[in-house]
Ligand binder design. Structure first.
Ligand code: NAD
Length: 465
């Protein structure tokens, strides 16, 4: 598991990063007055590069400038953005006939001003894209705080955006970005100049952020934790199901919001599927993701590895039987074995999101029972069923079916790349950061009644002289 050091040094130069980097793009310039943090390669825990995080002074300077820039950005300037070529032409309101003479009604969609975006470590650029592209073409400015463990990605992404703004002679403060932790996140959540905060991360932190934003009557867009199940029915294509489960449970080391964490197998195919899975798990190539053929890379941090170990102990104490894996791999990196656990759907640990490649397997007899188990957790992000029967498919996708935001058939829980973007229900937060009409969340609707005559058909019967 040697680390391809040269490869990432080259990559850093390619994206304009050095050994120590300033972590804030505020008022169109790079600066930072906070603590210095190091980004570690999870494959060997060696330093890749350092970043100076933002201080609250940096935040305030950035917000002031962003708030001012919002006044300019609300104009036709949005047409400058490539993405706006499509979407900016579709931010339509309605003209509604009125029952009153010489009156009409109009629905207008206006920008909110400044949109705050707080993102998680595991999708360090995609989530920014889902939010910032739409927020910007809607005429908003963006203040972004990435995850504290991925500051190099935050800086590299910001360099791309700031390059576009500079080429078009636009103020850099239209897009403000800050490397930092909870302190900057809280500043965004509390800031009354930010009418919408889009938060992607854990349900625990998301709830706190929502309460803070709501307390000042702000709006929140939440994309939070998942605890996703795949159901395999008795008539399923077993090869398709097994391949899908391996991709969904092992890929990205189980660190996707849409990772499959629970596998529900019909009793008649239970043993067959499980035997195949255990066999495939033995063949998974674990190692540095920069090496060809690696399927399972390291967990994100040493703390994630510790969480995995603690999780396995809890699983065992709640009656879980380890069928594959179950251990950390002794190395300088954060490697763990892909793990399969046979456990009751009622065990408390099964209701939580353990952010690691651990798959809980359970048996069911009827579709009704499988749907009940699928819906029995607080999270409601993604879910999949493997079957060929139309009656099962429509039950699964209908009102008595899966209660998740993503309801798939014959494709894994993380099958659609923009899965998280379509959002989840319940403790996953109900957010919709992308998708056909998500732009409405980044704008405010004005309902306008226009009287183009000279009569006022109100307060009749009063003589105004
Ligand atoms: P996290 O909740 O620990 O952190 C998310 C962000 O919140 C980070 O930028 C962090 O610095 C910030 N933060 C922490 N404390 C804060 C506070 N008090 N106020 C404001 N901001 C604060 O999550 P994580 O470990 O980075 O990411 C993993 C989690 O994110 C998982 O639960 C995963 O399911 C979820 N996730 C969900 C989606 C989705 O689309 N539903 C996508 C990616 C990740």
């Amino acid at each position: 598991m040697s680390c391809a050091k040269k490869a990432y040094e080259f990559l850093l130069r390619e994206i304009g990063l050095g050994p120590r980097n300033l972590g804030c793009y505020v008022n169109g310039a790079w600066k930072a007055r906070g603590p210095v943090v190091a980004t570690l390669n999870p494959a060997n825990n060696q330093v890749i590069a350092e970043v100076v995080e933002g201080s609250l002074e940096d935040y305030e300077e950035g917000m002031q400038a962003c708030f001012d820039a919002a006044k300019i950005w609300m104009q036709e300037i949005i047409d400058m953005c490539d993405f706006a070529v499509g979407l900016s032409r579709q931010l339509n309101g309605l003209i509604i006939p009125s029952e009153r003479p010489n009156h009409m009604m109009m629905e207008m969609w206006n920008p909110l001003g400044v949109v705050g975006v707080i993102t998680a470590f595991n999708f360090p650029c995609a989530v920014l894209g889902w939010n910032a592209c739409i927020a910007l073409v809607c005429g908003n400015c963006v203040v972004w705080k990435g995850a504290p463990t991925t500051p190099l990605v935050t800086i590299a992404m910001t360099k791309l955006v700031s390059g576009v703004l500079e080429k078009n002679n636009l103020p850099g403060s239209i897009f403000t970005s800050l490397c930092g932790g909870p302190e900057i996140g809280q500043a965004i959540a509390k800031d009354t100049r930010i009418p919408l905060v889009s938060f992607t991360g854990s349900s625990k932190v998301g709830l706190m952020v929502q309460q803070t934003v709501n307390a000042r009557y702000g709006k929140c867009l939440l994309e939070l934790s998942g605890n996703n199940a795949i159901i395999v029915m008795d008539d399923a294509d077993i090869q398709l199901a097994v391949r899908s489960v391996v991709f969904a449970a092992v890929g990205t080391a189980g660190q996707r919001c849409t990772t499959c964490r629970r596998l529900l197998l019909h009793e008649s195919i239970y043993k067959k599927v499980l035997d195949q899975l255990v066999d495939v798990y033995k063949q998974v190539k674990i190692g540095d993701p920069l090496e060809k053929g690696t399927l399972l890379g390291p967990l994100h941090t040493a703390a994630s590895k510790e969480n995995f170990e603690k999780g396995i102990e809890i699983i065992k104490s709640q009656g879980g039987k380890i069928l594959a894996g179950g251990s950390v791999i002794e190395s300088e990196g954060n490697f763990v074995q892909p793990t399969i656990v046979e456990i009751s759907s009622k065990a408390a640990v099964v209701k939580e999101e353990l952010f690691a490649p651990v798959l809980y397997v359970m048996k069911f007899q009827t579709l009704k029972e499988a749907i009940e188990i699928n819906n029995s957790v607080s999270q409601g992000l993604s879910s999949s069923i493997f079957t060929r029967r139309p009656d099962v498919i429509f039950k699964w996708t209908g009102p008595q079916g899966s209660d998740c935001g993503i309801v798939n058939v014959n494709i894994p829980t993380n099958g659609a790349e923009i899965g998280g973007a379509f959002g989840g229900e319940k403790a996953t937060g109900g957010g919709r950061e992308a998708g056909s009409d998500s732009w409405k969340q980044y704008m405010r609707r004005s309902t306008c009644t226009i009287n183009y005559g000279s009569e006022l058909p109100l307060a009749q019967g009063i003589n105004f002289g």
